[in-house]
Design a protein around this ligand. Structure first.
Ligand SMILES: Cc1ncc(C[n+]2csc(CCOP(=O)(O)OP(=O)(O)O)c2C)c(N)n1
Length: 581
């Protein structure tokens, strides 16, 4: 059968099971947008390519499948760059298809030419420039394979216009053959045994769970390992929901704005089991002071992560699901031999004591203003089962702290790159992928203004979700740092509570706009928002601009220097809690 490159693109996408792509057409990708009309693939026309990229990420997060975005050459591809970098940092499987000027014009500074494979080299897992349409189907297969296997990530396929128009005889490659790409997914059994030996000997073990556990769909195995081994769990920002917050072994989120218990459990641990986590500086604080007495077991599918920041005593390269399942089998065998899990009552009761003594706190005065944490807690109370998406800043940290996550793939956030503007398009993508689920974006007023236009996409494509703006009239997180570390010299952080008027803006986009200004209005506004099914809702929560996120470990400090609250409030050092020598 004779086809054009453009037709082959959609046949290949269909062959990969793609049902949805997000994108914007333009000159160099025009040939591909024609066969799209006849294909089974749904195209969601976003209002900005960055939106298409983040929507593909949100889709991938929520569904576990590969998200796909499309853009034209030059400015179209360039507008995808932030989303690709975001997907790279957070290991999100995305395939981006870009148009390119015709091959004879490549390198000529042709109209709308940008060297997108060069530009995205460092922010993609891999990229391709297809020079012959006969290689197209194979390249698409390879792109999906690379994006979704090993450590997932974004892959870009650049298609010159003449390649899209080239006619050739279609054939579908049944297999993918990439001799240079063979990720190690099976964990080494000898290492697994050594890991379990250490875990069983440990007095103060902690499972340090990262986003890799969710990516590997390993949360069931994790639950069994934790509960059968009586092992406390911390879940990083990327792993919220990997283990239920409601479980007695859950110690919360570690890191710069993590729970005292999670941070200090790691500091005092004697065996730290890192599962799909990467010892990010936001988690470790000052690296030399991080978990100083812990032996480290590091499980990661990406060998480059192991030993990158912290030497691993037991390195295990492999897919988290495979390795955790093997650990579980070994743990069961050993525990049966020794008559059950080791007695960890002392360690667990210490942790429970900290949880009680140092919970996340805030005070909501009856007469206002609304505290951001209160709005988020009330939202969680009313919509426990929602998929939550956040922007970047204070509201992101409060969401991670105050929402009680119990299931994987229910918290979608930009962790590694920290991309403001992520929430709205990612929520759009999540809802497009999971139309059966309620999706709530919790966004900052600054972040919201970076990608607001995707409300138009939501309206025209009938993909409704709720956006709760934690409107503190500021670039709040930056304001917090200026208050704490720059002697309250506020520089370029004021945005205003009422410009734009978020209610009117929502209405202009065909969404429902709601506002809460006093604490007593919060519940009613949330109930109203949840009663709307057929269109998006924007809630303007007018919040206290002075509220700061605590606990906090200042950048460059050791995690032992954790500050619990305003006025440099430090934990009362109980001799029993002193660092273990
Ligand atoms: C694209 C981008 N630009 C700048 C920053 C730096 N930055 C981090 S948090 C933040 C403030 C975010 O403000 P807002 O969205 O209102 O959220 P808040 O912190 O007030 O909750 C800024 C400017 C960023 N992370 N991303």
């Amino acid at each position: 059968m004779k086809v054009t490159g453009a037709q082959a693109l959609f046949m290949a996408l269909e062959g990969e099971g793609v049902d949805l792509v997000f994108g914007i057409p333009g000159g160099a990708i025009l040939p591909a947008y024609d066969p799209l009309i006849d294909s089974k693939v749904r195209h969601v026309l976003t209002r900005h390519e960055q939106g298409a990229g983040h929507a593909a990420e949100g889709y991938a997060w929520a569904t576990g499948k590969v998200g796909v975005c499309m853009a034209t050459s030059g400015p179209g591809g360039c507008n995808l760059v932030t989303a690709l970098a975001d997907a790279k940092m957070d290991s999100v499987p995305v395939v981006a298809i870009t148009g390119q000027v015709p091959t004879p014009a490549v390198g000529n500074d042709a109209f709308q030419e940008a060297d997108i494979t060069g530009i995205t080299l460092s922010v993609t897992k891999h990229n391709f420039l297809v020079k012959d349409a006969r290689e197209l189907a194979e390249t698409i297969r390879e792109a999906f394979h690379i994006a979704s296997t090993g450590r997932p990530g974004p892959v870009l396929v650049d298609l010159p216009k003449d390649v899209q128009l080239q006619e050739f005889t279609w054939s579908w490659p049944e297999t993918v053959s990439l001799p240079g790409y063979k990720p190690t997914t099976k964990g080494n059994l000898r290492q697994v045994r050594e890991a379990v030996r250490l875990i069983l000997q440990a007095k103060r073990p902690v499972l340090y769970v990262g986003g890799g556990v969710i990516k590997a769909n390993a949360t069931k195995e994790l639950f069994e390992l934790a509960t059968e081994g009586n092992l406390p769990v911390v879940t990083t920002l990327m792993a919220r929901g990997a283990f239920p917050d409601t479980h007695e072994l859950a110690c919360g989120m570690p890191g710069m704005h993590g729970a005292y218990t999670a941070v200090t459990a790691m500091q005092r641990s004697d065996v730290l089991v890192a599962l799909g986590a990467r010892f990010d500086d936001r988690v470790t604080g000052l690296l030399s002071g991080f978990a100083p007495h812990a032996k480290v077991i590091h499980v990661d599918v990406d060998p480059a992560e192991i030993g990158k920041n912290r030497v691993a005593d037991v390195p295990i390269v492999g897919d988290a699901r495979d390795v955790i399942a093997k650990m579980l089998t070994e743990l069961r065998r050993k525990q049966e031999e020794q008559g059950g899990a080791p007695d960890r009552s002392e360690w667990l009761s210490t942790l429970r004591g900290w949880l009680e003594k140092y919970p996340y706190t805030y005070e909501q005065p009856d007469d206002g203003p609304i505290k951001p944490q209160f709005a988020i807690e009330r939202l969680c109370e009313h919509a426990k089962d929602a998929i939550v998406v956040s922007g970047v800043g204070q509201h992101q940290m409060w969401t991670a702290q105050f929402w009680r996550f119990t299931k994987p793939r229910t918290f979608i956030t930009s962790g590694g790159l920290g991309t403001m503007g992520f929430a709205l398009p990612a929520a759009l993508g999540a809802k497009a992928g999971r139309p059966d689920r309620r999706v709530i974006a919790i966004d900052g007023d600054g972040c919201f203004q970076m990608t607001t236009q995707e409300l138009a996409t939501s309206r025209t494509e009938k993909i409704p979700f709720i956006t709760a703006i934690i409107n503190n009239a500021h670039l709040g997180m930056v304001r917090q740092w200026q208050e704490m570390f720059y002697e309250e010299r506020y520089s370029q952080v004021y945005l205003s509570h009422d410009c734009p008027d978020y209610v009117k803006l929502a209405e202009a986009y065909g969404a429902v706009g709601l506002r809460a200004e006093r604490p007593e209005e919060v519940d009613a506004v949330i109930e109203k928002a949840l009663s709307v099914e057929d269109r998006s809702v924007v809630i303007d929560f007018r919040c206290d601009p002075r509220e700061k996120v605590f606990p906090m470990v200042a950048a460059g400090s050791s995690n032992d220097e954790i500050i619990l609250g305003p006025g440099d409030l430090r934990p009362i050092k109980d001799p029993a809690e002193a660092p273990i020598a």
